[in-house]
Design a protein around this ligand. Structure first.
Ligand code: ADP
Ligand code: MG
Ligand code: ZN
Length: 593
């Protein structure tokens, strides 16, 4: 409530000061009496014991008065004064007026004084209302937002490429449009819908679109924000959110990133997080407390459905999980169409082809791609976005923006060998993803980049493919060893990539005979918590090491065997700095159709 109080105090203070500035001098009561007796008082206004007045003729202030003359004055009549003031004033022909205490000051100030407390209350109320629509809160910032019915503009037309999911959601929309229909027939209302999928696949978008389609209010909050604030607030925010939603039901309450509070309570075990648990419990309580009539649907999104507490997934809670996958080629085409609706495209743009060269990209990636393309075109001052603009944008999105630094010659040479090593190993192995681009122009934190993407969408990986990926990842280091006999520190992230792939092969995908076809590594957290023995973990470590080492030997061997190709590719790369797919394969001496 501080802002309003301060505001009020400032207004009050300023006016008070101004009032004083205009005030006539305060004279002694005895001086006043002198003027009364001299019949020099023209008129007085009295407010209680305060008297404000005007003289007929200006006089000089007596006593310590610095020669100052006054005509208007104020004075205080002592309570013990027993003079016949009124009679004396009348005798002197003065006009006498009196007002009640409050009304004596300037009108605005009077208004403020009399209506101040009401203004204060109204202001406070207004401020509270503003908060509930998503401003700050009594205890820190509040990010939940509420969107009134009919104002969610997002509809299913904005969501493309995930038609299976839309079908499932349509049922929810139908329920929200007419909860009574379901009630009449005694059908159990859906309650919680969990949207699971990688970041950028359109979960948030879908939740909004559901509200938009159904024309119901949309309340959204991010679970992470519930718990990052003052302790004890998370639960009460949840309560508020649901109370608000119930008032205007049918409505949707959307909780984003629910894994931030909904993580399994077993397992993680760092002494527990009370705030998180209280908040989670409050959500569960709210959901359990729903009655069929209410028509509040809770939607939540997560990209880690595997770590969620089972309590959340029980019947009557988030008993429906909808998996939102990254789009396939047709989906990408549909998404590109949605996002280019308002972008003027040049005739040479072929969205079909663009959708084929972007496997693995999510809806968010594609939206970003189109936006980057439009930016490139705008910078050029063009009215349309061309195929080249989009190609440049794709490069930027996939490789990161180029950095403008001059590399020392030796560094450049080493980088060229390093990238050529990655690229050549990608080209040499049958079944590996084709190399699309090799560059030694520094981008982001990398000195160079080799980009490989599959020809078609991949849905699973076999062991050979994965080993090929590890060999390719180690190709940079291997090339440095083959050429210079030494490996630099630039290969850190390559090692990380290789190790992670090997870890998944051994620990999760059952690709090690020694460990067996079992999943021993949880996606996250300490495997010991799930009862995996130290001994088995040692074996897993050994196996990871073995795979990475074997792959490294393969990489070095392959590059030694194809040293001449490595040299020619490197030379070309040094000369051109960036090679596209065709140029790269040609430089390495491959003839491709
Ligand atoms: P998530 O919540 O799954 O991380 P978002 O819903 O925040 O993803 O998606 C971010 C943006 O990406 C959306 O605002 C939209 O512009 C775009 N997008 C994602 N998926 C799709 C899709 N299926 N259709 C159209 N646009 C999409
Ligand atoms: Mg999201
Ligand atoms: Zn590398």
């Amino acid at each position: 409530m501080a802002p309003v109080l301060i505001g009020y105090a400032i207004v009050f203070g300023v006016l008070t000061i101004q009032d004083h500035a205009n005030e006539p001098p305060t004279v002694a009561y005895t001086e006043f009496q002198t003027q009364v007796r001299a019949h020099n008082v023209k008129e007085v206004f009295s407010t209680g014991d305060s008297i404000e007045g005007q003289l007929k003729t200006a006089v000089t202030l007596p006593g310590g008065g610095k020669g100052e003359t006054y005509e208007k004055f104020t004075t205080e009549r002592p309570e013990f004064a027993e003079d016949d003031l009124l009679a004396q004033l009348e005798a002197g022909g003065a006009t006498v007026r009196a007002t009640p205490v409050v009304q004596q000051r300037g009108t605005l100030l009077n208004l403020l004084i009399s209506f101040g407390p009401i203004l204060l209350l109204v202001g406070f109320y207004w401020w509270m209302l503003k908060n509930q629509r998503g401003g700050g809160s009594l205890l820190g910032k509040r990010k939940e937002s509420r969107v009134a019915p009919g104002t969610v503009r997002t509809t299913f037309a904005d969501v493309a490429g995930i038609d299976e999911v839309k079908d499932e959601i349509s049922e929810i929309v139908d329920f929200l449009k007419d909860p009574a229909k379901y009630r009449r027939i005694g059908a159990r209302a859906p309650r919680g819908v969990l949207l699971a999928g990688s970041p950028g696949t359109g979960k948030t978008l879908l939740a909004r679109a559901t509200a938009g389609e159904a024309g119901v209010p949309f309340f959204s909050a991010s679970a992470a924000e519930f718990i990052e604030v003052v302790v004890g607030v998370g639960a009460s925010r949840v309560r508020d959110l649901f109370t608000e939603a119930r008032k205007v039901a049918p409505a949707i309450v959307f909780i984003d990133e629910i894994d931030a509070i909904g993580r399994s309570r077993s397992g993680g075990g760092f002494g527990g997080n009370d705030e998180r648990e209280q908040t989670l419990n409050q959500i569960l309580t709210e959901m359990d407390g729903f009655t069929a009539e209410e028509g509040v649907i809770v939607m939540a999104a997560t990209n880690r459905p595997d770590v969620l507490d089972q309590a959340l997934l029980r019947p009557g809670r988030f008993d429906r999980t909808i998996t939102v996958s990254p789009p396939d080629q047709r989906g990408r085409l549909a998404i590109l169409r949605v996002h280019t609706r308002h972008v003027p495209l040049a005739d040479d743009v072929n969205l079909e082809r663009l959708s084929r060269t972007t496997p693995g990209m999510t809806g968010a990636d594609l939206a970003n791609l189109v936006n980057e393309g439009a930016l490139v075109a705008a910078r050029r001052g063009a009215d349309t976005v061309t195929a080249l603009d989009l190609a440049n944008a794709l490069e930027k999105v996939q490789l990161g923006a180029a950095r403008n630094v001059v590399m020392p010659e030796a560094e450049k040479r080493r980088t060229a060998y390093h990238e050529s090593g990655h690229a050549l190993l990608g080209m040499l192995q049958p079944g590996a993803d084709p190399v699309r681009k090799v560059t030694i122009i520094p981008r982001g934190r990398a000195l160079g980049v080799t980009l490989s993407t599959p020809d078609t969408d991949r849905y699973g990986y076999d062991e050979d493919y994965l080993r090929g990926r590890i060999i390719g990842a180690l190709g940079g280091m291997a090339a440095e060893e083959v050429v210079f006999g030494l490996v630099t520190t630039g290969a850190e992230s390559d090692l990380e990539t290789a190790t992670n792939l090997a870890r998944n092969m051994v620990g999760r995908w059952g690709m090690s005979a020694k460990v067996g076809p079992v999943s021993v590594l949880p996606p996250e957290g300490d495997p010991r918590a799930t009862g995996v023995s130290e001994q088995l973990l040692d074996t897993v470590d050994e196996e990871i090491r073995r795979i990475v080492e074997e792959c490294y030997v393969s990489a070095v061997t392959l590059l030694r065997e194809h040293h001449d190709q490595l040299e020619s590719l490197t030379e070309r790369l040094l000369e051109r700095e960036t090679l596209d797919e065709t140029e790269a394969y040609a430089a390495a001496g491959f003839t491709r159709v």
